[in-house]
Design a protein around this ligand. Structure first.
Ligand code: IMP
Ligand code: MG
Length: 183
């Protein structure tokens, strides 16, 4: 581990929040739970880009079922500053979702607006079921009523980076989750 000062040299200072071993073990548990809950099914995992990518890659390998994978893109932050209004969605869903069991995969749920917006869009495609799986949840920050069935960890109202999550597009490649010290 580098010192805080050393980390600051390559960007904003941060501290370790969740290490790789803890994250890996939790993803194994989520994979076991999903494998049991969807036994006999072929779920469609839809990742919300870009924050989902590392989590998605690990999670699919812990689900011992045939799965299909799709992505949508969503942006609710600009230059690291929270946008209170709309969530911009992109990406097309090429897999027909009618009658399918869908799992929406997120890196972090904060206000819940991104996931709610994507859920609204997915429900129009008449899937048999839709559940949300997120690596991190900030339950104290939700601004919309949201049912997150599978969550890796709950965190407080802090800005987290790494394991796919960014601050102004950087830090996604950190193999652990850190907490920014000055937001
Ligand atoms: P929400 O729409 O407020 O729930 O925000 C979800 C999106 O905001 C996520 O997909 C992330 O891109 C981003 N986000 C929210 N909190 C954090 C954080 O702590 N670190 C990095 N990105 C975040
Ligand atoms: Mg972001």
């Amino acid at each position: 581990m580098k010192s805080t000062a050393a980390r600051k040299a390559s960007g904003k200072p941060f501290e370790l929040l969740l290490d790789q071993r803890i994250i890996h073990r939790r993803i194994e548990e989520l994979g076991r739970q999903i494998t049991a809950d969807y036994a006999g099914q072929i779920p469609v995992l839809i990742g919300v880009l870009k924050g989902c990518v590392i989590f998605m890659a690990d999670l699919v390998r812990e689900i011992k079922l045939p799965v299909e994978v799709e992505f949508v893109s969503a942006a609710s932050y600009r230059k690291g500053i929270r946008r209170e209004d709309d969530v911009i969605l992109g990406g097309g869903i090429s897999i027909p979702l009618e009658g399918r069991h869908v799992l929406l995969v997120e890196g972090v749920v904060d206000s819940g607006r991104t996931v709610s917006t994507v859920l609204q869009r997915l429900r129009k495609l008449e899937p048999a079921s839709v559940e949300v799986v997120t690596l991190l949840d900030k339950p104290g920050s939700h601004r919309t009523k949201l049912d997150v069935k599978y969550k890796g960890f709950s965190v407080g109202n802090e800005f987290v980076i790494g394991f796919g999550l960014d601050n102004t597009q950087q830090y996604r490649n950190l193999p652990f989750i850190g907490r920014l010290l000055d937001r």
